[in-house]
Design a protein. Structure first.
Length: 430
């Protein structure tokens, strides 16, 4: 099961809108503030120069003319003990400065009147207070625009994501209630006529093609298994009759028993193949004695060890009865045991049966570490393997169907330990 955590597509779409709204509104607010502050500064500078020129003109005509003195502007000749921070200018030079005098901010124009250093001061208290209020208004506007952009982004993202979520819900519902005998279809007419509609149409076409592949594979496996059951049953029946015949010698009877046993095993394999093709783990309420399955698998695999110094050790520490079809359990155990026999040149193969699992431990060539990720894939086998690479793949399919768990622990040159854990078992005597 894939436990990967997925990010929300809706959040990924909303975030750019929110960032765009914030960046644009903050940029506009900053530009607005700078423009207003610059205009205010220019207006104050023009006002001071106008007052300076007016006083200079009045002073030239009337040496006793009064200095400018209003609520915001007043002047003084330099040096002035109340204005120690203002330095008299050079002759014929005017300059604009900013000063903080007695805890108040001023814009200052320094020049000369009739050859005497003179200064005009403009009280910026009201202007600065207004700029602060403007800054707070712009901050509030920036936050408001960010919220509006987020809401617009959320609405648009919802419209975009809604059909995708509906498609996901439809796929999940159909996957949960899927009928292997009916095609999985999706209607593009139920979705918008854009890229999402095209996606649904492509998904429907893919599902139909996939259904065709699955049906052909299922029909092939079912048909082959069904057609082989009759000849296998004939072979089995003929072997049973011949075994009971008094005219058959003991040597021939032993051969006939081997043929009969293999016919029975072939019948089990065919039954397992049918169940796999139908994706059915059990019919009715089956009860499988695992001790008998293990004994049969050992009896079938023992002849393959002829001529090798390999022994099969049988250890029964439990005799569980599990709720699976016997044919499926036999396919799992026999494939694993045949693998152990095929890859063990000398030593032993231990088959240990417990109440909740069966362990198959061999002293064979082992499995290289780099092959572990692919060990259950079809047609994947080692260089020294005589098989076709299907055994462990079949084991994986069957254990997934009956909800068993298979784990492999192996070291190259040392051996392999395979553990098959039963998902549901009822221990009991056989």
């Amino acid at each position: 099961m894939n436990n990967r955590r997925y990010d929300s597509l809706r959040n990924k779409l909303v975030l750019p809108f929110a960032l765009l709204g914030f960046i644009v509104s903050a940029l506009l607010s900053g530009i607005t503030y700078e423009l207003v502050a610059d205009l205010e500064g220019r207006a104050i500078e023009r006002m001071l120069r106008f007052e300076m020129e007016g006083f200079r003109y009045r002073k030239a005509r009337n040496p006793l003319a009064l200095q400018p003195a209003t609520t915001l502007i007043y002047g003084a000749f330099l040096p002035d003990p109340d204005l120690p921070s203002i330095v008299p200018p050079a002759a014929g030079v005017e300059r604009i400065e900013a000063h903080r005098i007695k805890e108040r901010d001023y814009t200052v124009l320094v020049g000369d009147i009739a050859g005497a250093p003179y200064v005009l001061l403009y009280d910026r208290t009201f202007v600065d207070s207004s700029l602060v209020q403007l800054a707070w208004l712009l901050v509030g506007g920036t936050l408001l625009m960010t919220i509006l952009a987020t809401l617009v982004g959320y609405r648009l993202a919802r419209q975009v994501v809604r059909p995708i979520g509906r498609l996901l819900d439809e796929i999940s519902a159909k996957s949960a209630a899927i009928d292997p005998h009916a095609p999985l279809s999706f209607s593009a007419a139920d979705y918008p006529g854009n890229e999402i509609g095209r996606l649904v149409q492509a998904l429907d076409q893919f599902a139909m093609r996939l259904y065709g592949f699955v049906q052909r594979e299922s029909y092939f496996a079912s048909d082959v298994s069904h057609e082989l059951r009759t000849p296998v049953a004939v072979i089995r029946g003929a072997a049973e009759v011949l075994i009971e015949s008094p005219e058959v010698s003991d040597t021939v009877r032993q051969r006939l028993r081997s043929i009969h046993r293999q016919a029975v095993r072939m019948g089990d394999v065919l039954e397992a193949m049918l169940l796999l093709a139908r994706e059915e783990g059990a019919s009715g309420d089956p009860a499988c004695a695992m001790a008998e399955v293990v004994d049969d698998a050992i009896a079938d695999c023992a002849p393959s060890l002829s001529g090798r110094r390999v022994s099969i050790v049988r250890e029964f520490e439990g005799r569980p009865i599990v709720s699976v079809e016997r044919s499926l359990a036999y396919v799992v155990i026999s494939n694993l045991l045949r693998n152990a026999c095929a890859h063990t040149r000398e030593g032993s193969i231990t088959v240990r049966l417990l109440d909740d699992r069966v362990e198959i431990i061999d002293t064979g060539i082992g499995i290289a570490e780099d092959r572990f990720p692919d060990v259950f894939r079809r047609y994947v086998k080692g260089d020294e393997s005589p098989g076709s690479g299907l055994g462990l793949s079949i084991v994986a399919r069957v254990t997934e169907l009956i909800r068993w768990k298979t784990t492999i622990d192996s070291r190259a040159g040392v051996g392999t330990r395979v553990v098959v854990s039963f998902a549901a078992s009822v221990p009991g005597p056989v």
